[in-house]
Design a protein around this ligand. Structure first.
Ligand code: SAM
Length: 182
């Protein structure tokens, strides 16, 4: 299925850099492709989109985007490194009655986001950043694991809804101090 652009889509859209000239950008889970298309409009010379859904990939492709059907970043070589990686992940807990990959992120809802963060650190340039949408329903667990995964994070934008808050977080690789030799 193709995820219809929704509140989370527009929250991420509002957090995009205005100027993406010179940037290599990856959008994971592109859905309709609306966000990756906006990144192209803002000047990025290299934009790659992925989605696990072939149907979604076809939709994104019809916007003129380069799309790969893949599970997260599994299709990328180690040499694929980006200035900016975007992900608006599915984050609801799955259940026998609700298990669409468009909106469920695992049994606890957080597993897919965690897996993404574990993979993306190998595909970020030294000063690159990740913009990711997290829901208050599952963010605590993911943010707690960040230090272990080697990321620092800041909250960029938030919006409150009836039963959750949605926030865009910016993640960067945590700089290690230079070890003292003496
Ligand atoms: C919440 S939707 C976001 C879609 C779009 N980026 C947007 O903001 O409107 C999550 C997207 O992630 C895709 N997805 C789910 N599991 C994935 C995986 N393992 N690898 C890549 N994409 C995945 C879904 O097919 C869906 O298109």
């Amino acid at each position: 299925m193709i995820y219809e652009p929704s509140d989370d889509t527009y929250l991420l859209m509002d957090s995009l850099p205005n100027d993406t000239k010179g940037m290599a950008v990856l959008e994971v889970g592109t859905g309709s492709g609306i966000i990756a298309e906006e990144i192209v409009k803002r000047g990025a010379p290299f934009v790659l989109a992925t989605d696990v859904s072939f149907e979604a990939a076809l939709s994104a492709k019809s916007r003129g985007l380069e799309v790969v059907v893949a599970d997260l970043l599994s299709a990328l070589s180690d040499r694929a490194v980006f200035d900016l990686v975007l992900f608006n992940p599915p984050y609801l807990p799955s259940s026998p009655r609700s298990n669409s990959e468009a909106w469920t992120g695992g049994i606890g809802g957080w597993e897919l986001s965690f897996k993404f963060l574990a993979q993306v650190k190998y595909h970020i340039k030294p000063n690159g950043k990740i913009l990711m949408v997290l829901s208050s329903l599952t963010s605590e667990r993911i943010l707690k694991a960040c230090a272990d995964l080697g990321f620092a994070f800041e909250r960029r934008a938030c919006r409150d809804f009836f039963y959750e808050s949605l926030c865009v977080y910016e993640f960067r690789e945590q700089r290690q101090g230079i070890p003292k030799l003496l």
